[in-house]
Design a protein around this ligand. Structure first.
Ligand code: MG
Length: 221
């Protein structure tokens, strides 16, 4: 089923969700992983999208699901081999995005050298707030980003700490695959990722971008 989102008055279909791994040094450190020397991408299916206010469903296959708060970049136009200095012109909007991760499945995949598809791809694993048009955000690399779980602050950082900035991400991604209007780029998470359990209330803010709120429940087969 196509996933439509509105950016201002413009309706776009999300074609793909391109996520960036370890794009904040303090998160790479907490994962015990090296800081990458070039952007590392993985994909989430668009069926994982969840509207603001939705309920994240914890799958029975996992015993440890974690939340990562990220700045989502929504493209208004696409291309391939986009030079970094032209990349920002493609950005139509921004949103608050949760990269929900089955951490135990990811750890097992790492061990086995397998893809992260299951760890990252369950239904409801891509909650996203209503996008705001990019015209209202003069510098997306200077935004406070914060997560509260049940009222307690768990992530508190700034998008200025990204290792690879949005133009570099767009340039690198578009050298791999054609990027399109409606694509969402999840730009990575700062430190403080934490497990979530049924009944939790998640609330994430990115300055000037908005607030994303979700609840958590177990998914029954
Ligand atoms: Mg992430």
């Amino acid at each position: 089923m196509p996933q439509h989102i509105l950016i201002g008055r413009r309706r776009v279909i999300v074609s793909k969700i391109l996520c960036v791994a370890r794009n904040y040094a303090d998160h790479a450190k907490e994962m015990g992983s090296p800081v990458p020397t070039q952007p590392i991408f993985f994909l989430k299916p668009t069926t994982a999208l969840l509207p603001n206010g939705g309920t994240i469903l914890l799958p029975p296959q996992s015993r440890k699901v974690e939340v990562e708060t990220e700045l989502g970049v929504i493209l208004g136009s696409g291309g391939s081999d986009v030079p970094g200095d032209e990349a920002m012109a493609l950005v139509a909007g921004y949103a608050v995005f949760f990269d929900i991760t089955a951490r135990d499945l990811q750890a097992k995949a790492r061990e086995d050298g397998s893809p992260w598809t299951a760890a990252k791809g369950f239904d409801t694993f891509a909650p996203m707030s209503e996008p705001v048009p990019s015209a209202g955000i003069s510098d997306p690399h200077a935004l406070a980003i914060r997560l509260r779980v049940n009222g307690t602050v768990r992530q508190d950082s700034n998008t200025g700490r990204m290792i690879f900035r949005i133009p570099q991400l767009i340039e690198a991604a578009s050298q791999i695959m054609t990027i399109e209007a409606g694509d969402v780029i999840a730009t990575g998470t700062p430190a403080g990722v934490c497990p979530i359990v049924p009944g939790d209330r998640l609330e994430a803010d990115i300055a000037r971008v908005g607030t994303l709120r979700c609840t958590v429940a177990a998914r029954n087969r």
